[in-house]
Design a protein around this ligand. Structure first.
Ligand code: NAD
Length: 327
């Protein structure tokens, strides 16, 4: 692996930051970390890699980023939790420029592989109406009726990867992430996802002494959540295994949002009065990952228990929360 130049697009973000760290630990040769955010705002920044601040929706920025590259991981997207994607559909769809220009630049740089981070939001909404959901299989993305805005962009970009492989002989691999959580991610500001938002709300309740929490929706909607270490391990395995066609990368430990709140309450050692904001963005009623394909292809699937991952996540958010309060 030591000769490879790996480009991580979206390296200033949650998953990108963890991927850069892991590539360093695995002894990947040159690592080029790229993000639109000023470096001071990256969740994780490492001095021993090349760090670039570029807007990757611009083609020239993608050309510069892919110079001499052998492997490109595209984790850059304008995204957030349900509160963000339901209210910013155009911004989400504009991420199509990032993947399109990166694919073109990667093709012209003759890279050996291109990884695209897709999402469970590509799945047909009809299959996600029931909280007791049947886990989603890869073929359930068609006929297409994905999450408006964000999901359509992901589905379109998946197709783009497929056609760059078919028409230009590029090796493209696509993973459909299902709700990733962990330390060094967004936990406040409007882009945070449910696990981080619930940790923050529990901390706020403890700090204020009010011992109340507002939950978006009725709390009965179901999801699965994958701890970041499983996500990073899965990315490597999918790239190394050159898994064809999009594949689910998610936990299949199904939990209701109420169940997730129970877990965080137990970790924090509190019990809170719950209120339900029924008109808040809440997404589909039920979503889980069917892992048969990843098991068949790789003999592996994400397995870190939710309770274990949430304890680490809560611990990190508590440190951030305390630091914010003390500043
Ligand atoms: P994130 O928001 O923490 O990271 C994305 C990064 O992309 C950000 O740092 C952002 O600044 C950067 N970016 C946005 N526009 C850019 C541009 N024009 N040029 C360069 N950089 C740009 O999100 P994340 O959770 O780390 O997600 C990484 C990828 O995984 C995204 O493609 C996301 O859609 C996908 N995904 C994430 C989840 C999840 O649960 N976190 C689930 C499904 C899919």
């Amino acid at each position: 692996m030591s000769e490879k130049v790996c480009v991580v697009a979206g390296a200033g973000g949650f998953i990108g930051g963890h991927l850069v760290d892991d590539l360093r630990k695995r002894g990947a040769g040159r690592i080029r970390a790229v993000d639109i955010k000023p470096e001071a705002e990256w969740f994780r920044r490492f001095d021993d890699v090349e760090n670039l601040t570029f807007d990757l929706s611009e083609k020239q920025a993608c050309i510069e980023s892919c110079k001499g590259a052998d492997l490109v991981y595209n984790l850059a997207a304008d995204m957030g939790g349900m509160g963000f994607i339901e209210n910013n559909k155009a911004l989400c769809m504009l991420s199509v420029l990032i993947n399109t220009h990166l694919l073109m630049a990667a093709r012209d740089a003759d890279v050996s592989q291109f990884f695209f981070a897709s999402s469970a939001c590509v799945y047909n909404a009809e299959k996600q109406k029931d909280a007791a959901v049947t886990p989603l299989r890869e073929e359930d993305a068609y006929p297409a009726m994905p999450e408006d805005g964000y999901g359509w962009e992901k589905l379109f970009s998946e197709r783009m990867c497929r056609h760059f492989a078919e028409d230009f002989g590029m090796k493209t691999v696509v993973a459909r992430f299902h709700n990733v959580y962990g330390p060094f991610g967004t936990w406040q500001g409007g882009r945070e996802k449910a696990p981080a938002a619930i940790c923050r709300k529990v901390l706020e309740a403890v700090h204020s002494g009010e011992h109340a929490i507002e939950i978006w929706g009725d709390g009965k909607q179901t999801r699965s959540f994958m701890y970041i270490d499983d996500c990073i391990e899965g990315i490597h395995r999918i790239v190394e295994g050159n898994v064809p066609e999009p594949v689910n990368l998610g936990s299949n430990e199904l939990v209701t949002i109420n169940g997730l709140v129970d877990i965080v309450e137990q970790i924090a050692g509190v019990e809170l009065q719950r209120t339900y904001k029924l008109d808040a963005p809440r997404g589909v009623n039920g979503r889980n990952s069917d892992n048969e394909k990843i098991r068949d292809c790789l003999g592996w699937e994400p397995g870190i228990p939710l309770r274990e991952g949430m304890a680490k996540t809560y611990g990190w958010i508590r440190e951030e929360f305390d630091r914010d309060r003390n500043n």
